[in-house]
Design a protein around this ligand. Structure first.
Ligand code: GLN
Length: 240
């Protein structure tokens, strides 16, 4: 398992934090799988109040979906699905409330809109947070407890190869000041865990990807590096 320990300031785009070698490797070996062709294109928004919006739009577009950033309540109509990107969940929480998106988003999630949250997006979808700010709220929907910045200060950023339920080959996962899932409710399917091994330390076995009905979340950033398989899984979920 490769271990790239880096210190990064909050809010820096995820793509820039990944080594050029990683991008080359992933880009070369696993270009985004061929686009989902013909069938009528889905519209999958990316919540664009803060975080790494562009990378998700790029991957989703590469998979044949219509995708664009969402900043206003009026833009929430006509979505088939939504991605909540990585970024900083405390800031995202404040901004969704400031932009009057909090209640509409909660209503859409309650109504069954498929939503995929990556990193801070996972935190936004969690019903419960450990190490949240005292006033931090989430949209909720996933019956999980997430621990913010769970991997510790020494490993702000690292990369690991993970088995992922439903995918034939492991996913190269990029973690950036990531949460892990500390508890899951009965209806939650675990899709990936940190593999065992010395390098994983206390993180070994921790849950880092989950699904519950139309909601999916990963602690890591699959939008980095050109591997579209996790997004494709979400697109398939939206299509159902
Ligand atoms: N640590 C961030 C938070 O608590 C998440 C980091 C990320 O999305 N890359 O929101």
């Amino acid at each position: 398992m490769s271990h790239h320990v880096r210190r990064n300031s909050p809010g820096t785009g995820a793509a820039r934090m990944v080594s050029a070698a990683t991008r080359r490797r992933l880009g070369a070996s696993r270009a985004i799988a061929s686009p989902v062709v013909s069938r009528s294109a889905l519209t999958i928004g990316v919540l664009a109040v803060q975080g790494d919006v562009r990378e998700h739009v790029r991957v989703l577009t590469g998979l044949g979906a219509h995708s664009h950033g969402i900043r206003r309540p009026t833009e929430l109509t006509d979505l088939d699905g939504l991605v909540i990107p990585g970024g900083e969940s405390t800031t995202m929480d404040k901004l969704v409330r400031a932009f009057d998106l909090f209640d509409p988003l909660r209503a859409l999630i309650a109504g069954g809109l498929p939503v995929y949250g990556s990193c801070a997006g996972m935190i936004m979808l969690a019903d419960r947070i450990a190490e949240g700010r005292p006033d931090q709220q989430t949209l909720g929907g996933l019956d999980i407890t997430v621990r913010r910045n769970a991997f510790g200060r020494q490993v702000d950023s690292f990369e690991s190869s993970l088995d992922f339920a439903g995918l034939a080959e492991p996913v190269h996962a990029v973690f950036i000041r990531a949460p892990w899932v500390e508890e899951v409710g009965n209806g939650v399917e675990v899709l990936a865990r940190v593999p065992d091994g010395a390098a994983a330390g206390a993180a070994a076995g921790r849950i880092v990807a989950v699904r519950q009905g139309p909601l999916m979340a990963t602690s890591f950033h699959p939008e980095v590096g050109g591997d579209g398989r996790v997004h494709r899984m979400f697109v398939d979920l939206v299509r159902q």
